[in-house]
Design a protein around this ligand. Structure first.
Ligand code: CUA
Length: 332
């Protein structure tokens, strides 16, 4: 009974693990030229290992069943030692297999190595913060957070730095992870074949809210990317209603402005995410919550409950909440 329970548990665990990351799995779901190559290498290695496993384990099973000790036979089996052709074969086969894997691996490594940084493709600076990501497009004058928008079919040159501790930037379907280290600049590139949203996660333990330091790459068609760039480069529309204007004053002249930047206003803080087009994004706070009025309201009044340890730790008074929310919603 106990062993049946254990077997059932093992099968269940295997099913859960096999399903838990199916959509972000680079092996079954590669989204870029990089992960396509890595996926092929993984599958080649897996097939070679599986063939070796079946042959070796099959041989063991045949040996233990056919040549097992029998009750009515007390005689010793024939004592043999050494067989030169066999020794040569089972030394040569693994050497050949390792050489084949070596060649595939070197080919893959060359293919996924960073493209020439002078090639003029899109450049994005990725800056790790506890616990959110800053995405800075130096050639376009755009600074945003947590969601990197890129055009499909375009290699994106990424430069990675951190303002505090070691993080690691990872979008599983688009590229392997690269550490983001204070005092050091790292480089990588990504590219997306198809439009879509590619979820990622900081993959180096970086403190209390490491788990809520997510990110996403949103790949759009080149035409849609140009439209996005145009919108991001523009200042947000001027607030219209009294409530919105009241909110603007509270945000851009109050405590918010010490940490956040909103282009075209007096808010020029650099500690927190740039809020210029906050409501054009789908997520906030380390891509952990959906951008909508309810979540934003909860964040402004109880962010230390939603994300304990986050550095904002400001509680907006109820008397200001409505105006601030109304203004933030204009930041599109
Ligand atoms: Cu940043 Cu973990």
């Amino acid at each position: 009974m106990k062993s049946k329970t254990r077997l059932f548990g093992t099968i269940l665990l295997a099913l859960i693990l096999s399903g838990c990351s199916a959509t972000t799995n680079f092996v079954t779901n590669p989204g870029s030229p990089i992960t396509s190559r890595e996926s092929s290498l993984y599958i080649i290695t897996l097939i070679m290992a599986a063939v070796v496993f079946v042959i070796v384990e099959g041989g063991i099973l045949i040996a233990v069943t056919r040549f097992r000790h029998r009750k009515d036979d007390a005689s010793e089996p024939a004592q043999v030692h050494g067989n030169v052709p066999l020794e040569i074969i089972w030394t040569a086969i693994p050497v050949v297999l390792v050489i084949i894997l070596f060649i595939f691996t070197i080919n893959t490594m060359n293919a996924v190595a960073a493209p020439d940084p002078s090639s003029g493709d899109l450049k994005v600076n990725v800056i790790g913060h506890q616990w959110w990501w800053e995405f800075d497009y130096p050639d376009l004058g755009i600074v945003t957070a947590n969601e990197m928008v890129i055009p499909t079919g375009t290699p994106v040159q990424i430069t990675l730095t951190s303002v505090d501790v070691i993080h690691s930037f990872w979008i599983p379907q688009l590229a392997g992870k690269t550490d983001v280290i204070p005092g050091q600049t790292n480089h990588m590139w990504i590219s997306a074949d198809q439009p879509g949203t590619y979820d990622g996660q900081c993959s180096e333990f970086c403190g209390m809210e490491h788990a809520l330091m997510r990110d996403r790459v949103i790949a759009v068609t080149p035409a849609n990317f140009q439209a996005w760039v145009k919108n991001q480069q523009a200042n947000p529309p001027a607030p219209q209603t009294d409530l919105e204007q009241q909110g603007e004053k509270l945000v851009t002249t109050g405590v918010c402005a010490a940490c956040h930047t909103i282009n075209g206003t007096s808010a020029k803080g650099k500690v927190g995410p740039n809020l210029t087009h906050l409501f054009s994004r789908s997520t906030f706070a380390g891509a952990s919550f959906t951008v909508n009025e309810a979540n934003m309201s909860a964040w402004l009044t109880s962010n230390t409950t939603m994300k304990p340890g986050n550095l904002m730790s400001i509680r907006v008074p109820d008397s200001q909440l409505e105006a601030i929310l109304a203004y933030l919603k204009t930041l599109k």
